[in-house]
Design a binder for this molecule. Structure first.
Ligand code: PEP
Ligand code: MN
Length: 277
């Protein structure tokens, strides 16, 4: 990089920065706001596995008053021998669940080629932690009109996280939602370390909505509620949590997903706290 480019980068106000836009970005999907006055909860299985599995979760979430359904169709797995997701069939099932329940759907896309397919079936694109710096993918979703849920990379600094969001917004798509999902540290009692300080820092530095994924950041079921409360207390706009009708049988993230009754307890605990609004 030339000295000039270096200098211009330092002086440039990022489009995602508070300096550039003081007011919070509010993302409206089917009349529900993300980053507005009310907190949001995004729940659902790690992977879409079958029609029965997905519809069971979706119908329960609907009854509970949740508005957003997550479910992975294209799964980024550490081992190529692990379940890779149902692909387009998974997206179709997400659409079926949405048509039945009215829930707003979120699913991960891992390549540019998946964008058009996904746009036909789901509402919000998720860019996973492993793809936070897949710049071609960021640029490509930046040229779409769908909101993008961008996960923080496994070892990404907050500055890198914001630059990743900037790639999307720079292409014209201003509907970006940031989500802290834990970072890699030496700690072994949790799968990742929930960087709670990321929440107030991001809220200070950017106008984009900030969520916390309590499932991937902890990797365990017994501290979800206190971590979710901590996230809201720190200023998060909402929570993501993995819910599966039968977690021990799940094809991905079996250890960390909670069942429907556990979700009921979690959701009640959160709503009963004076933090949730
Ligand atoms: C997921 O949401 O299921 C997932 C794979 O998350 P992350 O990209 O944060 O690991
Ligand atoms: Mn998962």
């Amino acid at each position: 990089m030339s000295q000039n480019q270096n200098d211009s980068n330092k002086e440039r106000k990022l489009l995602v920065s508070r300096q550039y836009q003081q007011d919070n970005t509010i993302i409206k999907v089917k009349d529900v706001e993300i980053g507005g006055a009310s907190h949001v909860v995004i729940a659902g299985p790690c992977s879409v596995e079958s029609k029965h599995q997905l519809l069971t979760v979706a119908e329960t979430l609907k009854q509970e008053g949740v508005k957003f359904l997550r479910g992975g169709a294209f799964k980024p797995r550490t081992s190529p021998y692990d379940f890779q997701g149902l692909g387009v069939e998974g997206l179709r099932l997400m659409k079926e669940a949405a048509d039945k329940t009215g829930l707003i759907t979120i699913s991960e896309i891992m390549s540019k080629e998946q964008i058009d397919q996904a746009a036909r079936y789901i509402d919000i694109f998720q860019i996973g932690a492993r793809n936070m710096q897949n710049f071609e993918l960021l640029k490509a979703v930046g040229r779409t009109k769908n909101p993008v849920l961008l996960k923080r990379g496994l070892s990404a600094t907050l500055e890198e996280f914001l630059f990743a969001a900037e790639y999307i917004v720079h292409q014209g798509n201003t509907q970006v939602i940031l989500i802290e999902r834990g970072i890699r540290t030496f700690e072994k009692w949790t799968r990742n370390t929930l960087d709670i300080s990321a929440v107030p820092l991001l809220k200070q530095e950017t106008h984009l909505p900030v969520l916390v994924d309590v499932t991937h950041s902890t990797g365990r079921k017994d501290i979800l509620l206190p971590c979710a409360k901590a996230a809201l207390a720190a200023g998060a706009d909402g929570i993501m949590i993995e819910v599966h009708p039968n977690p021990p049988e799940a094809l991905s993230d079996a250890k960390q997903q909670i069942n429907l009754e556990e979700f009921h307890q979690f959701w009640k605990g959160l709503r009963d706290s004076n933090l949730f609004h």
